[in-house]
Design a binder for this molecule. Structure first.
Ligand code: CA
Length: 222
């Protein structure tokens, strides 16, 4: 299921977007100002964000800047006003993947969403295979290879590795990793994450790439 977050203060537009996107089979949620949008971004799992530039509380460009600090990869499409060349240029400079000018045809927006999702998925996944460094991970067979050598991982080690690869370049904290891999019901010691990271570093020889980020957690760097 593809989850799309819509950050748009004009409730009527947000509602129409939700209806159209849900009709296409996407899951959606909407936020009506910048602060709330950023909050929803941080607390949910999203595949793409539609972000209005003219927002109350926190401008769309500021929301974009703050999202990019946390997440370098999630596709973001800006909704900009006509004739606002400055917003488009600043938006692309700040890391937006695309923009669409209001008023727009829904068909055009849908096409851009599909294109953005295609690009972001093909960057990571080819034939159910994730690749990073010289490691390949097959999500179907759950096989992990480094330089064509099969590496034995436990099921949880596998899940932790996949989560790091999906978020490569991004610092993940222990709670995020616990929630994703062990689920919300896990109330044990967050140090368990450190144990798994240590095993992954050793088994895959990725001590240099799987970095400790002091005060945050860990990051897998290409
Ligand atoms: Ca607006």
């Amino acid at each position: 299921m593809v989850n799309i977050l819509i950050i748009e203060d004009e409730k009527k537009i947000a509602r129409i977007l939700q209806l159209e996107l849900e009709h296409e089979g996407y899951e959606t949620d909407a936020a009506f100002n910048g602060i709330n949008g950023l909050e929803k971004f941080k607390t949910g799992r999203w595949d793409l964000i539609l972000l209005d530039v003219m927002l109350p509380e926190l401008s769309g460009l500021e929301v974009l800047r703050r999202i990019r600090i946390i997440n370098a990869n999630i596709p973001i499409i800006l909704l900009t006003a006509r004739n606002s060349v400055h917003d488009k240029v600043s938006g692309l400079d700040l890391g937006a993947n695309d923009y669409i000018t209001k008023p727009f045809e829904i068909e055009e927006l849908l096409a851009r969403i599909r294109a953005c999702l295609r690009t972001s998925q093909s960057k990571l996944i080819q034939n159910d295979t994730l690749k990073i460094l010289d490691i390949t991970v097959n999500e179907k067979t759950r096989e992990v290879k480094r330089d064509d050598n099969l590496i034995e991982l436990t099921p949880k080690e596998f899940d932790v590795l996949v989560f790091f690869i999906e978020n490569k370049g991004i610092a993940l904290n222990r709670d995020q990793i616990l929630t994703k891999v062990w689920g919300f019901e896990y109330f044990g010691d967050t140090n368990i994450v450190d144990v798994y990271v240590r095993h992954l570093r050793k088994k895959l020889s990725i001590a240099d790439s799987l970095q400790t980020i002091r005060g945050v957690g860990y990051r897998l760097k290409e």
